[in-house]
Design a protein around this ligand. Structure first.
Ligand code: GDP
Ligand code: IMO
Ligand code: MG
Length: 429
């Protein structure tokens, strides 16, 4: 059997959690392939809202296994809290949550290094979620990291102390007080490590290969978005992992030839949380209107998300990098009430018209060129088929399909599981 991938095409928070939850009924296994607790994936059903950070978004379905892949970085303290919360919802985590031994661990000192580094950058800070993501991936590629499988070794404590010492040396180069915090953080972390040891740890790549041989269906769940990818995002204002489709290969041990459908998810507008270029950002009452109506505040940090118009050249760039086969358009309901909607279809770059994202997207050098589309006034949140949708909404979807050459297979019109319209079959087989 093959693997399908679902990933974000913008700067994260597109609605991945909601759609993975909706699609889980079609898959035996949901597998997160990168990122860590910097992610916040929101699911809403039965009048309740759940936010997952490290755990795959299929976890509320009894029928699927949920794998935390080797490409993920785990903070045991946050992980423990997530698991404890799931237990209150009667999720059988021991059975349905499987953790890769090759996933890397976020240490308390990784978090401190993240904070120290951001503070030292001053006004040039990345706007990191301060979960220790950057320093942990640096230790992974620098071949210093500790992995989940290490907690089963007798030498674990010793190895932990060695890495902590290295980190303390690094921290001493910063003007950053941390000693008091570290003791409390460390004891909480050690407790969480003991908790993690009791969960189900697996050699995840073997598990996935066996599942493929047994004709099982797998959905790989991405975190963040393509424009935050460490290679293809708006560097250096990115995260430290491969958020694009290639990340599902390295983050799960899946061969590229095994990937079939790639679901690319985007908001009908754009948001970004943290620093960095955002060509279509609107810093006026329209932007604030989107922020209020779309409840655009970070699921992990609570920070307000910057809002802007849909950016088609950026979307096309993400579609190409990922080989997207199906688009999923989220939050069209938030755009109800605008007379006119703007969609960016190109840029003026240093005085010349271009239709792609250039290397440098520094403020002042790149201005969006907009096409205006008619807006719609109707509330879309009760819509259950496109037939009854306002014409202007249908035209908006059609415009995206024509411009990108990729079909929109799902449209989401509200945060709840039920507020989802399938336009094209997304069932496997
Ligand atoms: P993720 O990180 O990609 O999983 O997205 P987040 O959960 O961080 O942010 C998406 C937010 O939009 C969450 O609060 C969702 O509940 C909400 N949401 C998802 N789809 C829709 C939609 O179609 N309409 C509206 N109004 N909200 C949505
Ligand atoms: P989900 O999976 C939105 C952003 C941060 C910051 C940059 C680097 O919920 O879509 P990091 O903590 O990784 O060092 O931060 O990336 N960022 C996200 N923005 N959604 C996310 O995840 C994000 N994860 C990281 O705001 O600008
Ligand atoms: Mg999010």
């Amino acid at each position: 059997m093959s693997v399908d991938v679902l990933l974000g095409l913008q700067w994260g928070d597109e609605g991945k959690g909601k759609i993975v939850d909706v699609l889980t009924q079609n898959y035996d296994i949901i597998a997160r392939f990168q990122g860590g607790p910097n992610a916040g994936h929101t699911l809403e059903f039965d009048g309740e809202k759940h936010v997952l950070h490290t755990i795959p978004s299929g976890i509320f379905h009894k029928t699927s296994a949920n794998v935390v892949g080797n490409g993920v970085v785990i903070d045991p303290v946050i992980f423990k809290k997530e698991v404890e919360n799931l237990l209150t919802h009667k999720v059988d985590v021991k059975q349905s949550l499987l953790i890769s031994r090759k996933a890397h661990l976020i240490l308390p000192t990784h978090r401190l290094l993240d904070a120290a580094s951001e503070k030292a950058k001053g006004k040039d800070k990345i706007g990191s979620t301060l979960k220790g993501i950057g320093p942990t991936y640096m230790d992974k590629t620098g071949r210093n990291g500790l992995r989940v499988g290490d907690i089963e070794l007798e030498s674990f404590y010793e190895r932990y102390q060695m890495l902590r010492k290295k980190h303390e040396q690094l921290l001493s180069h910063y003007d950053f007080a941390y000693q008091q915090d570290l003791q409390t953080m460390e004891s909480e972390w050690m407790e969480a490590i003991a908790y993690l040891k009791e969960l189900t740890l697996i050699d995840s790549e073997h598990f996935i290969h066996e599942a493929l041989r047994a004709q099982k269906t797998i959905l790989a769940e991405g975190a963040q978005g393509s424009l935050l990818d460490v290679d293809f995002g708006s560097y250096p204002f990115v995260t430290s992992s491969t958020t694009t489709c290639a990340g599902s290969c390295t983050g799960l041990g899946v061969a590229p030839t095994k990937i079939k459908r790639v679901f690319g998810i985007f908001k009908a507008y754009c948001t970004r949380v943290g620093s960095g270029p955002f060509p279509t950002e609107i810093d006026d009452e329209y932007g604030r209107g989107m922020q209020d109506k779309g409840h655009e505040y970070g699921s992990t940090t609570g920070r307000p998300r910057r809002c802007g118009w849909l950016d088609l050249p950026a979307l096309k760039y993400a579609i190409e990098i990922n080989g997207v086969t199906d688009l999923i358009m989220m939050k069209g309901d938030v755009l109800s009430g605008f007379d006119q909607l703007k969609v960016c279809t190109g840029y003026t770059y240093r005085g010349t018209q271009i239709d792609h994202l250039p290397y440098s997207t520094e403020e002042g050098e790149l201005q969006p060129v907009y096409t205006e589309l008619e807006g719609w006034q109707e509330d879309l949140t009760l819509l259950n088929s496109l037939e009854n949708a306002p014409d202007a909404f249908k035209k908006y979807i059609q415009f995206v399909e024509e411009e990108t050459g990729v079909p929109v297979s799902i449209v989401s019109v509200g945060p709840d599981r039920a507020q989802t319209i399938e336009l094209r079959s997304v069932t496997r087989g």
